[in-house]
Ligand binder design. Structure first.
Ligand code: ZN
Ligand code: ZN
Length: 356
């Protein structure tokens, strides 16, 4: 499995004429060698890989790391890396420019004199664009757990409880069901606060008649889930129901449109034109969705500016919304796996307008 992930680096070795690539981003490191700790570096050449850590992580690395030789470093990690680079004669090394601080780059340049350090931007993250079978299983597991947790706490939503109360019960329920944690700070935005696409849970109390947008996800074994429901507390008004049904229809037609070969820009337009034609075009400002995996937001991006094309094995979110200042908002989000002919929806909370 990991060997086939290493093979995805092949095009970078050729394109940039590299002898090795140095990874310091922990998501990429986990993807390529399985290490789940919080500090380390991975050097991958065409036919070998070395994982570098300090003594705090040696035992964990020996347990977890596959397809790479574990090297325990002394006080200065780059010294150990540098001596190996010299030993093997690697004179041209690629690195993750978008995950490297200026000071780390200066240190690298200082310790690796005469070696060409080649900046590769966020393109190195493209190795994680397609999810293999093990990743899809991990994403399905965390998505199911998270959806079930939400379904289980819907009964706690009633007038007088705060948005924070809802966020807390949801997080506890996820942990009870085996989540390692939450994927991000949940958005719980009720009433007029629903007009904020990223309104984090506040101490506002839920009132009867409020629409409540809950954007939530769990984290398990490094993988994230992402899903949004908008529910009503008590009977919603006519306008709330109308907005909900427009967003839901935009969400449904976008999911039906997902197929390999469709550009992410065109998929975005499927939902965007539907919302525009309903007269709410000014109230849908963000992109339709994003890739998801070891990070909550990964490639590809689904937006009017997107240049990516959908391919089998990508895992993306579909999350149209309408946000009306002074009134409130609705967002509905599912995570889907792009298949050979369409997609599988892996998040499973009810997307109807539930009246609680
Ligand atoms: Zn979300
Ligand atoms: Zn999302």
């Amino acid at each position: 499995m990991l060997k086939s992930r290493h093979r995805r680096l092949k095009s970078f070795f050729e394109e940039y004429d590299l002898k090795a690539v140095l990874f310091t981003d922990l998501r990429n490191i986990r993807y390529l060698c399985g290490f789940s700790g919080t500090e380390g570096a991975l050097l991958v050449s065409k036919d070998h890989a070395w994982f570098f850590c300090d003594s705090r992580y040696t035992f964990q690395a020996l347990e977890e790391v596959q397809e790479a030789e574990v090297k325990e470093c002394g006080a200065v990690r780059i010294d150990t890396i540098a001596s190996l680079v010299v030993e093997y004669g690697f004179d041209r090394i690629g690195f993750e420019a978008s995950h490297t601080t200026v000071s780390a780059f200066r240190r690298m340049s200082e310790k690796l004199p005469g070696i060409d350090l080649i900046e590769i931007g966020s393109r190195l993250d493209e190795i994680r664009l397609f999810k293999d079978a093990a990743e899809v299983t991990a994403l399905r597991t965390v998505a199911t757990l998270s959806s079930q947790a939400l379904t289980n706490i819907l009964g706690d939503i009633k007038p007088g409880v705060s948005e924070l109360d809802i966020a807390l019960s949801l997080e506890l329920e996820m942990r009870r069901r085996g989540a390692d944690g939450k994927a991000f700070d949940f958005i719980v935005a009720s009433g007029e606060r629903g007009a904020m696409p990223h309104g984090r849970a506040s101490d506002k109390l839920i009132q009867s008649g409020d629409l409540i947008t809950i954007d939530f996800g769990a984290l398990k074994n490094g993988y994230h889930s992402d899903e949004t429901v908008t529910v009503a507390c008590g009977k919603p008004g006519v306008r709330s129901m109308e907005i909900h049904s427009i967003v839901r229809a935009a969400h449904d037609i976008a999911i039906q449109a997902v197929r390999p070969g469709l550009s992410c820009k065109d998929l975005d337009e499927v939902a965007r034109s539907f919302i525009r034609n309903s007269g709410h075009g000014d109230y849908f400002g963000h992109g339709l969705g994003h890739g998801i995996g070891l990070e909550i937001h990964e490639m590809p991006t689904l937006s009017p500016r997107s240049t990516a094309v959908l391919e089998e094995g990508m895992v993306i979110t579909i999350e149209p919304g309408i946000y009306i200042p002074g009134f409130g908002g609705v967002r509905i989000e599912d995570t889907v796996v792009v298949t050979g002919s369409g997609c599988d929806v892996i998040t499973c909370a009810d997307k109807q307008l539930l009246v609680l």
